[in-house]
Design a protein around this ligand. Structure first.
Ligand code: HEM
Length: 222
């Protein structure tokens, strides 16, 4: 039988990722949602999905900048939790809010174009979630890495979706947008090399594996 062993950091990430869901269920059960409960749930699941997606995107840059390798081990979990919240978000919209009335959903979508953008992001996240296992990584080989780079496009689309929903006050979407752009910049090979070099010079006494060295399975720097 497979023996699972989690580090304290991994446990903290799992617990932290499930807190918004637990909090949401608690508020539903105790009738603590706002006057528009469906919108409340849509917002909260959307926000949780966005935050977790950005955290998943931050994993490789955090490893590059700090050399903290444990963070790589939680990337898959963060990505899958982001997908879980996005799936609940979509479920609430399509099944609960619109009773899966495709005509009504179509009418709403043609009126509110941000739904296309959210849907596009979801369609990118879906194959990434399915192929996130070690088995798929082995099967796809190099294609796996290329496929999983699409997560950045998903991140950009979600920020656009969020900004479009907010319309008047887009301060928060801008903050998320800046973070995604910065994380993208930190992935540019030249920038990464410079940071690794700088880290090597300043922290060379600590024997950490450089971010550019050969990664383990599911630790590939996507
Ligand atoms: C088919 C896919 C999607 C649909 C149909 C959809 C639909 C919606 C709807 C209807 C709203 C609320 C708008 C309002 O009531 O004014 C919303 C908000 C939002 N959605 Fe989505 N969405 C989708 C995908 C996603 C994905 C994949 C993410 C994140 C990974 C996401 C993140 C958000 C965020 C952050 C908000 C705003 C929350 C807030 O203002 O606090 N959405 N979405």
């Amino acid at each position: 039988m497979k023996h699972f062993q989690f580090t304290k950091f991994q446990i903290a990430v799992h617990v932290g990722s499930l807190i918004p869901l637990a909090y949401l269920i608690f508020d539903i059960v105790t009738g603590n949602l706002s006057v528009n409960p469906i919108q409340d749930i849509t917002f909260r699941t959307g926000k949780a999905a966005l935050v977790l997606l950005v955290l998943a995107l931050a994993v490789t840059p955090i490893n590059t900048v700090t050399g903290f390798r444990q963070v790589i081990k939680v990337r898959r979990a963060l990505g899958l939790y982001a997908f879980l919240y996005a799936a609940i978000h979509l479920f609430i919209f399509a099944f609960i809010d619109y009773g899966l009335d495709l005509r009504l959903i179509w009418l709403e979508t043609t009126e509110k174009r941000y739904i296309y953008i959210g849907f596009a992001a979801f369609l990118i996240l879906l194959p990434l979630a399915i192929t996130s296992t070690k088995g798929w990584q082995k099967r796809l080989g190099k294609t796996w890495k290329t496929l999983h780079k699409w997560v950045y496009l998903a991140g950009c689309l979600v920020v656009l979706h969020y900004a479009w929903v907010q319309k008047s006050d887009i301060r928060q979407p801008i903050v998320f947008g800046v973070i995604v752009v910065l994380l993208l910049a930190l992935r540019i090979p030249r920038v990464r090399r410079r940071i690794s070099h700088w880290r090597g010079r300043h922290f060379s006494s600590r024997k950490r594996r450089p971010a550019t060295s050969k990664p383990d399975m599911l630790e590939t720097s996507v």
